[in-house]
Design a binder for this molecule. Structure first.
Ligand code: ZN
Length: 268
């Protein structure tokens, strides 16, 4: 295998913010020979000091162990740092041949070794593992805690790896996690009366599918229902239907289509 220059794109597929650390594409102790597993770590870095204070250590190493130490860093906020594309010194000796430096990728998540894990960091941790499993064709069972493949290590502390792998497996299988709606919402715009864009068609389609579009709404429209459904304008007639939908859902009938209205429109 060459240097794994696709890793930044893999990280971005999680939907998390990603920083490509300068020089990452050619950083490594030689190229990565193969990827048969993923090893999860905590940095044992400082308890404070921002999102990812261990970046310099993971990139450059520490006395007695030269960097890079891991391909990925994971900040407290769930921000992913892509640090290296080649082999890293994150697990030696390994009790599992599939989780040695030459056969696995490492993720160093910021944590001092005892502080609680923020939920957003845990969510991102699972997503990154899931995307790596997808990219390299691995089952979730290949995601291991460092402590599972190196008995001298404690990390990552307090994460139940059976639960963690079950969540990764669900993500790999495409099952929506609890935060999937939140992720979709981030991508959807606020639509106001008078707006003209393609997302308006989505609103029309959702309202129709939910039975909130009476025939009178489209009887005078050119091409009837089809013409109504494909109009990109948020006109007065549509705003009135949105208000009716909002009242039926028990939310503010302001006619604005923001996160509170998108959620019931898209609910499955
Ligand atoms: Zn470790």
């Amino acid at each position: 295998m060459p240097y794994l220059t696709q890793l930044a794109n893999v990280a971005r597929r999680t939907g998390q913010p990603v920083t490509e650390v300068a020089g990452w594409q050619s950083r490594g102790h030689g190229p990565q020979p193969e990827v048969q597993g993923v090893v999860c770590h905590h940095t044992a870095g400082p308890a404070a000091g921002g999102d990812y204070p261990s970046l310099a250590v993971v990139r450059d190493g520490r006395p007695g162990l030269s960097g890079p130490l891991s391909q990925f860093g994971l900040g407290r906020s769930g921000h992913i740092y892509v640090i290296a594309a080649g082999r890293c010194w994150h697990n030696a000796p390994s009790t599992s041949p599939r989780h040695a430096n030459s056969s696995s990728l490492g993720i160093e998540a910021e944590n001092d070794g005892s502080q609680p894990w923020p939920q957003e960091q845990l969510d991102a941790y699972r997503r990154l593992c899931a995307e790596l499993c997808r990219e390299f064709g691995l089952p979730a069972s290949r995601v291991k805690a460092h402590r599972e493949v190196n008995t001298a290590k404690p990390d990552p502390h307090s994460i139940d790896m059976t639960e963690f792998r079950a969540a990764v497996a669900a993500l790999v299988a495409g099952a929506p996690g609890p935060s999937w709606m939140k992720e979709i919402m981030k991508e959807l715009p606020m639509i106001r009366p008078g707006d003209d864009n393609h997302d308006v068609k989505t609103v029309r389609g959702c309202l129709f599918a939910r039975g909130h579009v009476p025939p009178a709404a489209y009887s005078g429209v050119q091409n009837g229902l089809e013409g109504w459904l494909t109009s990109t304008r948020c006109d007065d007639g549509l705003v009135e239907l949105v208000r009716g939908f909002q009242r039926a859902e028990g939310i503010d009938d302001d006619g604005l289509i923001g996160p509170r209205t998108w959620a019931p429109l898209l609910r499955v």
